[in-house]
Ligand binder design. Structure first.
Ligand SMILES: [Zn+2]
Length: 64
């Protein structure tokens, strides 16, 4: 099982910073906190994070 800490991530349970890590076990990924018992099955990948500024760009249309 691989572990990868997410820099800057804050645990939603204990509010500690840099304690959130992604545990990769084959095809299964989950997020866990090193400081408390927080666990989440579906991680939020950094590459797929929803950035408000990107959504705004996508939402621009030119009506004819
Ligand atoms: Zn925690």
């Amino acid at each position: 099982m691989k572990k990868r800490f997410i820099a800057g991530a804050v645990c939603p349970q204990c509010n500690s910073q840099d304690t959130i890590m992604v545990l990769i076990d084959g095809d299964n990924e989950k997020v866990a906190c090193a400081n408390c018992d927080y666990e989440q099955a579906k991680p939020e990948p950094e590459t797929h994070s929803s950035r408000p500024e990107e959504e705004q760009v996508i939402g621009i249309f030119k009506p004819e």
